[in-house]
Design a protein around this ligand. Sequence first.
Ligand SMILES: Nc1ncnc2c1ncn2[C@@H]1O[C@H](COP(=O)(O)OP(=O)(O)OP(=O)(O)O)[C@@H](O)[C@H]1O
Ligand SMILES: [Mg+2]
Length: 215
Amino acid sequence: MNVIAFVTQKGGSGKTTLCVNLAVAAEAAGGRCLILDMDPQGTAEAWYHDREAASPKLVKLAADGLAEAVAAARRQGFTHVFIDTPGRDEPSVAAAIRIADFCLVPCRPTPADMKATPATIATIRRLAKPAAFVLSQTPPRGFRIKEAEIGLAVLGPVAPVTVVSRNVFQDAQGAGLGVGEFEPGGKAAQEIDELWGWLVKKMEKMQDGTQKNIA
Ligand SMILES: Nc1ncnc2c1ncn2[C@@H]1O[C@H](COP(=O)(O)OP(=O)(O)OP(=O)(O)O)[C@@H](O)[C@H]1O
Ligand SMILES: [Mg+2]
């Protein structure tokens, strides 16, 4: 079982969006997925509430319930646990990073988001966790993406898939769906599938011990 945490103290950068969409993509690819919503705002929980499908399953919890929830997921045969965390650097974020096998750090290509990442990366480094940035809510193309990639690469690995800003992410969220369900085969769905495919390969390599990718 793999545990993936979505972390960055910058609010609105795309943690919840990536978390629920990758969980839906992982289920569609044959996984059994559990989302753990650690954000008191409950954005992922609200999405789950609006959702008709029973999977991926979602449980809302605080830091003191995390270890038991992950242990229970392992016993129950889940293949992946996705942890959505609050947009502040607080104990629950460190707890999520500590228990994760891999941390994804969404970042918009803006100075404000990029300035906020070092604090999150410091915690990831302290806990020696594999991690990667994901550029989120980007323009479809242009120099901003390249500049952000170069800036972030100084701090750690950057996922090779960029998630473009598209209305379908907001529409799907409002409908309790993943973008692949709301607009099958659309560009957003393709990006999410590619990002998931990249992450799966990354985690397989880590488990083989053939690659170390510590931010
Ligand atoms: N790729 C995208 N395209 C368009 N809108 C997006 C995209 N990613 C996220 N959004 C929108 O941006 C807003 C913030 O995204 P999200 O809730 O995922 O961020 P967050 O990091 O979880 O924020 P918080 O720190 O408040 O929990 C939401 O309204 C979401 O629908
Ligand atoms: Mg959120």
